[in-house]
Design a binder for this molecule. Structure first.
Ligand code: ATP
Ligand code: MG
Length: 574
């Protein structure tokens, strides 16, 4: 890895939940965190009780849990109201014989009903499978079949993409907002909710009982069904405290859909375990809508993704001036590498640091983060969460010295670690093949100060003329060029050099794709990064292929380039 001096952005002068990273790391014990949760005397627990009902029992039932808004609705729900609604739906599911361990899928746009249904299913011990509303029939079929789902909650419009006839195990289709005739297996959500009691005997479950089944984003291949258990709440609680830095009166906005792990771990559990008000926006939105939402709900903590920050950056530096977003005191990002350039831009236009953190569907919770109390090195993912030991290892599991690129590994286990890949034990074992490590499949290095730097997916690392180049470093340099909005970099087989670097670039508004620009961009990487890292080929595209969770799909770029099959595209944006 190239030795370099990194720029630093100091800690903004404020009191944070975590006072000092090194002290917190040294003194940490998960067993102490567990004591802050309400385990029953039998050692059982239920995360939905912990996230909702506990606050009602503690006298905060009137506190707003959810501000919901989309183009046609604008509603508030207190913790007491969410308790009642989720209790009702728990009773509805029980009425139809649904039990602990059954898979209940939720396939609908973000809405208060989605959250009530999800919490209700968890309260009776069912395993919830949230599906992103944009999935097409094939994607829905694959996931319901793979998991053997017994029930689904959906809408009249989306049910068109639920192939009931192909799914013998699917017994019940709960329709939210149905008006017409009901087909066999269909049940009106509203009619049942009207009749149901709002008192429920919660199913107290073992900490190792199933909670949620999330299919991964599909960036590198066919999505995997990752099972998480109730025990994960220990990590969601503590990361909510130290990474999200949540305080009781916060208004928190996580922009992720519950179809992706961020949308449950930190769109539901993280904030509500802390009794914090959550903002949920439905629909798709423009840059103006983003700022308007921050202003209107006086959001204090804002958790989003690089794709969103890059879009806001593309909308120009002045837009934010039209809004009052002074309530925002903490900004975070996850899902893809956060380019240093975006952090610098955040300092300029928001006057704040955007805190990157790294984790995966499989890890269930944040693993490596920038903490408010830690000096930031823009472009770095930060340092491991207390209680988490992260390392860079070679293909035999030996730890590598600082500044050496290798496989990012975590010492297993940790509280929110996945417990199963559904129907695929062999795949699960692959992650844990090099004991004691969990092997992430991401390539990174750790610097001399213990900061981790993402380099790309292991399979995407480019070997060119004997040099190993992480695609992310090249992409990050590319987006520093004023003409470049987004970049995806791949290695292309080459007889002479092993591989050559090819960059796909989407230009910013107002730039024309010319040969001069190609030459200029190459020179920019050559002088700014390294000669061997400059793309030999550059191709301009209107947009780059992305997953619906906003990640650039390099495997698709590569397949197109090489004329190979593109593989599973169920999660690709249209
Ligand atoms: P699949 O496993 O199906 O290929 P995926 O890996 O994109 O899809 P997710 O679990 O949603 O599915 O994403 C986790 C991955 O996202 C990580 O392995 C990493 O490559 C990337 N990622 C997440 N956060 C960051 C971050 N802060 N910096 C760099 N990369 C990140
Ligand atoms: Mg993955």
């Amino acid at each position: 890895m190239s030795e370099k001096t990194h720029e630093l952005i100091g800690v903004l002068a404020e009191q944070y939940n975590m006072k000092d990273y090194d002290e917190a790391y040294a003194a940490f014990d998960w067993a102490e965190v567990e004591k802050e949760l309400s385990w029953s005397s039998t050692g059982k627990i239920n995360v939905a009780y912990e996230a909702i009902d506990r606050h009602v029992d503690a006298g905060r039932g009137d506190h707003i849990a959810l501000y919901y808004s989309d183009a046609s609705r604008d509603e508030n729900y207190t913790f007491a109201e969410l308790k009642a609604l989720s209790n009702k739906f728990g009773n509805v599911l029980r009425k139809y014989g649904i039990q602990k361990g059954d898979r209940v899928f939720i396939f609908m746009p973000r809405s208060p009903e989605l959250y009530a249904a999800l919490l209700g299913a968890v309260k009776i011990g069912a395993i919830v499978g949230p599906l992103f509303e944009a999935f097409m029939e094939g994607a829905v079929r694959d996931r319901l079949q793979d998991s053997g789902a017994i029930a689904i909650v959906t809408t009249p419009k989306l049910k068109e993409r639920v192939p009931v006839a192909d799914l013998p195990e699917l017994q019940h289709v709960f329709l939210v907002g149905s008006e017409g005739e009901l087909a066999p297996k269909e049940i009106s959500f509203e009619a049942e909710m009207n009749d149901a009691s709002d008192a429920l005997d919660i199913e107290w479950v073992d900490r190792e009982d199933g909670l949620v089944l999330h299919y991964t984003s599909g960036s590198t291949g066919k999505p995997k069904g990752v099972l998480h258990v109730h025990n994960a709440m220990i990590q969601h609680y503590q990361t909510g405290k130290w990474v999200l830095d949540l305080r009781p009166d916060d208004v928190f906005w996580c922009t992720a859909d519950p179809g992706w792990v961020t949308g449950t771990a930190y769109g539901i559990w993280g904030p509500w375990l802390h009794g914090v008000t959550s903002v949920i926006r439905g629909g798709r939105f423009t840059p103006e809508d983003w700022y308007e939402t921050l202003q209107r709900f006086k959001v204090t903590v804002w958790y989003s993704a690089p794709t969103a920050f890059r879009m806001l950056m593309g909308a120009g530096d002045d837009l934010v001036q039209k809004y009052d977003i002074s309530s925002v005191r903490h900004i975070l990002s996850v899902g893809e590498p956060l380019n240093a350039e975006v952090v610098r831009w955040g300092m300029k236009v928001y006057g704040q640091r955007i805190h990157d953190n790294w984790w995966m569907t499989e890890t269930g919770g944040q693993m490596i983060s920038n903490y408010p109390c830690l000096t930031m090195k823009p472009g770095s993912m930060g340092k491991p969460f207390p209680g988490i030991y992260a390392a860079i290892v070679d293909h035999e599991g030996n730890e590598l010295p600082p500044n050496t690129m290798g496989n990012l590994a975590i010492r297993a286990p940790w509280p929110s670690m996945m417990r199963k890949i559904w129907n695929n034990p062999a795949k699960y074992e692959e992650y844990f093949g090099l004991k004691p490590w969990y092997i992430s499949g991401d390539s990174a290095y750790k610097d001399e100060d213990g900061y981790f730097w993402f380099q790309g997916r292991i399979d995407d690392v480019i070997n060119t003329s004997g040099e190993r180049v992480g695609p992310f470093e090249v992409e990050s340099k590319l987006v520093e060029h004023p003409a470049v909005a987004e970049a995806g970099v791949i290695g292309k087989p080459d007889a002479l050099r092993g591989e050559v670097i090819k960059a796909f670039i989407a230009l910013r508004e107002g730039y024309e794709p010319t040969d001069e620009l190609i030459a200029e961009i190459r020179e920019f990487v050559k002088t700014g990064l390294a000669a061997h890292a400059a793309p030999r080929e550059i191709e301009f595209r209107d947009k780059l292929p992305k997953t619906r969770s906003g990640k650039i799909m390099r495997r698709v770029l590569k397949a197109w380039e090489l004329g190979l099959p593109t593989g599973d595209l169920s999660t690709m944006e249209d």
